[in-house]
Design a protein around this ligand. Structure first.
Ligand code: NDP
Ligand SMILES: CC(C)=CCC[C@@H](C)[C@H]1CC=C2C3=C(CC[C@@]21C)[C@@]1(C)CC[C@H](O)C(C)(C)[C@@H]1CC3
Length: 418
């Protein structure tokens, strides 16, 4: 049985009070964004146009639709995979195995949706039901997190995450107690991180594009760009699915409300904000400006993919010819830190690339409103906070070698600025 005391990791996110506030603030922000995106003034900081009552939010039909979506993605996860990858070593020295079939799930979903649309499924009507659908996703995330919390009560101590086991139920519910909750080989955190939310996001974008075509005869160039850029981002994540196994979410954070809500509700319903905005606020975009935006996206993607692939290749096999020539610092753990290549430019080059891409997703929406820049603002805050968390963890892992790395590579995300 898990000890109620658990580990004594320092509290993050402002402790239990911060966790409670975030559990209210995050869903409230998501509903605010959904409401203002379709309102005339579309003011990020203004009040919502109206407060939806239970009759708008609650729909058993849409809850069923949402559960069917989760069921479909779970079924695709269980299909035979082209590869089974091993995760990092756990506390008990074992390694978990993960199916690598996320891209296959994306392609099969696209085929199924294509078939359903040609058989008459009104996908363009989806934007009309985003509010009740987001409510169903939020409700599911709460109930799911509660079940995960209860499951952790009977998990062995070795299965618990380093944080999320403070003994305070609110804090632990938010952060998540168990590191890799599973039933047989079905890994809930890995499944949620990459499948229903990410694929749901591109499906919502597509539905918004189709509705724009119905309303205005054809989708706008701005809508095409936003759809194309975000599809590339999701396709890339699923193509490089194995790389998620070394992210902080999988290796360090427990699975609780933060990730369950983030993966299942926040990602599909707030990351599609630019396309939601464009449906209700069409923006003129000429080819010269569109080309500049594509160039910004390409630069961001080049840095993001280059940095992530360089680190993953190096972590998998430091003698791989693609990384063997890079300069490194040895650490007491036996692992090395890269100090040249992308990781010699700043300490988080992948965040820099991700932020440049986020800018490219907002620019097609013009500069008349702040609302489509919400993602860029939120993402900057998330990555600055995430960088600080990672920095703490690396300092604990690598001690003096990390200090040396910080001396050699003084900037965190943006060269000469931060
Ligand atoms: N769109 C979204 O909402 C979000 C996207 N992301 C993206 O996810 C991706 C993964 O991010 P994240 O999991 O935060 O962290 P990273 O992929 O940046 O991984 C950080 C880890 O990399 C290793 N590392 C750090 N410096 C070096 C170095 N110099 N040489 C070798 N290894 C090093 C350390 O782990 P170790 O040494 O143990 O290997 C460290 O803990 C990023 O591209 C990020 O932008 C993240 C959050 C949200
Ligand atoms: C504010 C809030 C609800 C916090 C929860 C944060 C989550 C939304 C994000 C934490 C880390 C994430 C990652 C991705 C999506 C957002 C969340 C879940 C990611 C899957 C996006 C695609 C990338 O290519 C990625 C695979 C590197 C990335 C991994 C981290």
């Amino acid at each position: 049985m898990a000890s109620p005391q658990g580990s004594r990791a320092p509290l993050e996110f402002g402790g239990p009070l911060g966790a409670a506030a975030l559990m209210l603030l995050l869903p409230a922000t998501m509903f605010h964004l959904l409401l203002v995106a379709r309102s005339g003034p579309a003011r990020l900081l203004g009040p919502p146009p109206y407060l939806p009552g239970p009759e708008v939010l609650w729909s058993p039909r849409l809850l069923l639709l949402w559960l069917t979506w989760l069921g479909l993605q779970a079924a695709l996860y269980l299909l035979p995979a082209r590869k089974v990858a091993e995760g990092l070593e756990l506390k008990d020295k074992s390694r978990l195995r993960y199916p690598i079939n996320g891209f296959q799930a994306l392609v099969l979903t696209a085929l199924l949706v294509g078939l359903a649309v040609s058989a008459g499924l009104p996908l363009g009507a989806l934007p009309e039901v985003l509010l009740p659908l987001a409510f169903a996703a939020t409700l599911t995330a709460f109930i799911f997190s509660l079940l995960l919390y209860l499951k952790a009560l009977v998990a062995p101590a070795s299965a618990l995450a380093p944080g999320g086991n403070s003994g305070n139920p609110i804090y632990d519910f938010f952060l998540g107690r168990e590191l890799n909750p599973r039933i047989c080989s079905f890994d809930f955190k890995y499944f949620c991180e990459l499948r229903p939310g990410l694929i749901g996001w591109v499906l919502i974008n597509l539905a918004l594009l189709m509705q724009e075509a119905e309303l205005r005869g054809s989708p706008s160039l701005a809508m095409w760009l936003v759809n194309g850029f975000q599809l590339l981002y999701v396709g890339d994540a699923l193509w490089h699915e194995e790389a998620v196994l070394t992210t902080m979410d999988i290796t360090h954070d427990g699975f609780g409300f933060m990730l369950a809500f983030g993966d299942l509700a926040w990602v599909p319903f707030t990351y599609s904000l630019q396309a939601q905005f464009l449906l209700h606020h069409p923006q003129p975009l000429g080819l010269p400006m569109a080309s500049v935006i594509c160039l910004i996206k390409a630069v961001g993607y080049y840095i993001f993919r280059g940095a992530n692939s360089q680190k993953n290749t190096f972590r998998k096999n430091p003698s791989d010819p693609r990384v063997a020539g890079l300069e490194t610092i040895p650490t007491a753990t036996g692992r090395q830190l890269l100090v040249s290549g992308w990781w010699g430019l700043v300490r988080h080059p992948n965040y820099l690339g991700d932020l440049i891409m986020a800018l490219a997703w907002s620019l097609p929406c013009g500069v008349s409103h702040l609302l489509p820049y919400f993602y860029l603002l939120y993402f900057t805050a998330l990555l600055v906070h995430r960088e600080a968390r990672d920095e703490q963890q690396c300092l604990q892992k690598y001690g003096r070698a990390w200090h040396e790395y910080c001396r050699r590579v003084p900037y965190r995300i943006l060269p000469y600025v931060y």
